[in-house]
Design a protein around this ligand. Structure first.
Ligand code: FES
Length: 106
């Protein structure tokens, strides 16, 4: 596993979810109640970009078919989604957001 710098906290201004990439993987980053979380970037249902969805009370609502996932755990919550999202460790240091993912080829 490798830590990658993927964003600054300031990037969340006006938008609680961001699309990012680390180690060749698409990610969605969220800032919810002051905490930062990372999940896989694409929905487990049909691959829509979650960063284009809406954050609603701790959940990300997929923009394609409105499936819901609990952001901190990635747990699928009804609708057309039944497979959980992968979640990744996050740390914040001096305003920079780091995410730990498996690097390509590892
Ligand atoms: S692609 Fe996300 S709910 Fe269908």
């Amino acid at each position: 596993m490798t830590w990658y710098p993927v964003a600054d906290l300031a990037d969340f201004e006006g938008r609680p979810v961001l699309a990012r990439e680390a180690g060749g993987q698409a990610l969605a980053l969220y800032r919810v109640d002051g905490a930062v979380h990372a999940t896989q970037g694409r929905c487990t249902h049909a691959g829509a970009l979650l960063a284009e969805g809406e954050v609603v009370e701790g959940y990300i609502e997929c923009p394609a078919h409105y499936g819901l996932f609990e952001i901190p755990t990635g747990r699928a919550q009804g609708g057309p989604v039944c497979r959980d999202l992968a979640v990744y460790p996050v740390r914040v240091e001096e305003g920079r957001v780091w995410v730990e993912v498996v690097p390509p080829g590892a």
